[in-house]
Structures are given as structure tokens and as C-alpha cells.
Design a protein around this ligand. Sequence first.
Ligand code: BGP
Length: 511
Amino acid sequence: MSNTRHFPEGFLWGGATAANQFEGGWKEGGKGISVSDCARSHLDVDVKDYARQNKVTTADVEAALATDDEVYYPKRHGCDFYHHYKEDIAMFAEMGFKVFRMSIAWTRIFPNGDDKEPNEEGLKFYDNVFDELAKYNIEPLVTISHYEPPVNLLLNYQGWYSREVIGMFTRFVETICKRYKDKVKYWLTFNEVDSMIRHPYTTGALIEDRFEGKNFEEVIFQAMHHQFVASALATKICHEIIPGSKVGCMLTKLTYYPLTCKPEDVLKAQQDMRSTYCYSDTQVFGEYPAYLLSRFKNNGINIVMEKDDLEIMKKYPVDFVSFSYYHSSCSAANEDGSIFTAGNSTNAVKNPYLKSSDWGWQIDPIGLRISLVDLYDRYRKPLFVVENGLGAKDEVLPDGSIDDQYRIDYYEAHFKAMLDAIEYDGVDLMGYTTWGCIDMVSESTKQMSKRYGFIYVDCDDYGKGTYKRSRKKSFYWYRDVIKSNGEVLFEDRSDEIMDGEISGEAEYGYC
Ligand code: BGP
């Protein structure tokens, strides 16, 4: 017996990538060097040790700039989309993608950020990519800044702490909006704008040792203030140059549950949630929430603002809210004796009811529904899940196939939770792009072995391999989900259950 539940007409199914982890060609076509090109992998440390991985010094950047090595700087080669884009887009089309999320590397257009003229070869590359997508009726969803500030801004300015960077960024935005006005309708300003707190180097081109004598928390919030103003100006520019364009903010949705019903734990969970909402609150409502202003006051943080900043932020809020969701975590007022696990560039108190991925991220499809409901109730703006997925170790079998049933189980449970949020909770969800629809270098650990894709890329943690693409089992499954607009998720599988292959509850890979 089949059921007719399905996603709304026109639902934007697709996949997501970012130039800094996927594109490669780091020195080709006139491209300049970005902070991500200088991000060293940490194959030699515990993958859960994010604090160490996120700590970058000026000496680290100087060492990176002195070498062309790609083994320890894997974002330099990425997965070579630069040379494989036609083949990759054809495979996305084969899966039936309606939308493809990608970023434009700032350094491909303005190699140093402060250049007078844009780099024509870089502009042409993205023309080619957008034209290829158009051939298959795939809408691009473009992240303007996804961990790609030019390293020049770090070395010769003060990264996003410097006010001048706003002008450089808006020139970049104006250039790409004018160039791609007939090709790109959906835009995101800053990927995970909140991530400046967790990894100020990649998000804001900030290194603590360059701000001696300053309160680094204040430096981070000053840089973030500049990104808020830049984001509002980018929204204005997009709307003016491309009538009908839609511009979204992008936040890391870190969902916290109280570890117990002790009021102290509940309060801690509320505060933890606010610590992630404060940035989207600012971009959606166009003003700093009172609780963030209190934090500034209580921590002695003084943000320097120009006369019109608050007015600009108020005048140009985002059109929709996009977010990444990978896991949930627990909050405990007293963390003594708590078990910790890894999360998305953060550490989390473990939830005893959840299993975790190979990298320790706790798998929680219901948490996605809870997140959607919370965000929609809070903002009443269309939502877009632009990252969600399972980083796992895949094994290529002797016949070349990859049986990633664990990934299918993960997605199936999350898709059902998403549809519940739409159908039962009234959430307005525009679309969904899986993170890493094709394998690429991981952001946190810079590993290739942490794979998210439906498409396998033959490349190891040291960059060795043919870079040949192949289809995993999940490739065909996602194709069927998109083709049926989700109906296939509800097909009767009693035969399979009798064979003992599938149970009502998804089983996930975990460590
Ligand atoms: C998000 C980033 C992505 C991506 C993803 C998965 O925070 O926006 O760039 O990489 O997390 O994280 P990781 O690659 O560390 O597994």
C-alpha cells in the first residue's frame, strides 16, 4: 500500500558545496590566495580537538605562504571542480537537482581583495559554471562568502576588524551581481556568520596574535559588526541590480536540549540557544537583540559604529533564513562529570538517547524538525536548509560500488522529519541542499576521508588519487527521492522488512 505524502510543488531539492573545499585550482586562472588556502590539515591530532585545529597563528600563515604543498594544505586541491565542473554538473542533473549551492571564491574575482579591477578569467569561470547549470535548469544558490577572505586582508589590513573591508566586499558583491544578474536569483551573504566566534581565522581573517593588548572577544564582535553592515549592503545591492532576487542569511543551527529538567539546566539550554540565535536575530530583525547588547555591556565590549550603520542594518534585512543542521547537543549548568562529544566546530555534552557519527556528531532527525519549528515561529520568514548530511568513512568494494546504506538511513529520517515540519507544523520551507552532495575536503579536519557525498571522489587524505567520480548507492536513492518529490520515502517496504534488511528505526553509523 503506498501513501501519497510528498513535498510541496516546486520544492528546491539539491546539494551544497563551497569553493574553498571543493574547487581547487588554487593558483590557476589568476586566482589569489585565500585564508583557506593556508589552512593546514591536522592529520596528526585527534579529530575531535577542534580548539587546537581552529587556533591559527601568524607563523602558521607565513609557513603556508612559503610552500606550494598541497598534502598538508588540502583545500588547495579540493576536488578539482575547477576542471571537472561539466562532469559534476551532469551528475547533479542526473540526480534531478533543482538547485545547486556553491560559493564564488572572492580571490578568483579580486585576488587580493583590494584590487582596482576584477579578474576577467575568474568571472568567466563562473559564467561557464552558471551556463552549464542553466543547460539542466538547475538554479544556482550562491554563497558570497564561505570562508574565503583573501589572505592579503589578513596580512595588510586587520581582516574584517578593519572597516575598509566593508567597501572591498561590497565592490565584490556589486561586480558579481552585475555580471550574473541574468543567471543567479538566490544569494546567501555570509556562510555561518556566527562561526566567527568559533573560527575567527577562516570566517573573519582574524588571528589573535595580531591584536596584542586588545580584548580579542571585542575584536571578533567588531569584525562581526562589519559583516552585519556588509551583509545588509549586499542585500541592498542584490535587490537593486537584480529585481526579484532573494537574499538569505545563513546560520549554524546548534540545537540545545537541557540535560535534565532541573531549572538550571533549562536556563542554560535557553542561553545556549540564544547564543546561536543572536546573529540571525540581528540579520532578520535588522537590529541587535537586547540580550546581545547586554552581553556587550557586561563583558566590556565596545563596538565602534558609524552613524548610519544601524539604519542600514534595519533597512535591508534578509528575505529568507537559511541554516546548516547536523546535530543537537545537551546543556548542563554544571558540566562536571558530563560526557563530551564533538559537534560542528564545537564540543557538545552528549545526549544519552542519541547515536553519533564516525566523527562523534550526534544524529538527531527530530532535532531538525524542532529547529525548523523554532526558526519559523521566531522569524516567520521562508526557511531553507542549505546544509545537512553525514560525514562517514566509505568503503569502495572490489567491484567499485559503495554501499552507503547508513547515509540513506540518515537522510531518510531527516527528510521525514522535514516533511512533518511542513505538513504538521506549518513551516514554510523553500528547499533543501545536502552538504557535500559530492565528497570534498572537510572544513573542520581538512580530511577527505570524512565523506558526505552521493558521488565518491577518488582522492585520499594526502590528496592522492585519480579524482575520478563514481556513484554511491545513495546517488540512485536521492535521484528517486527527488523524482517522486519525496513520495518514495513512504513506499511500503514490508517485503524488505521481512528480509530483515530494514527496521522501522534507522540505524546509523557511529563511533
Ligand atoms: C559547516 C560548513 C561547511 C562544512 C560543514 C561540515 O559548518 O559551512 O563548510 O564543511 O560544516 O563540516 P565538516 O566539513 O567539518 O565535517
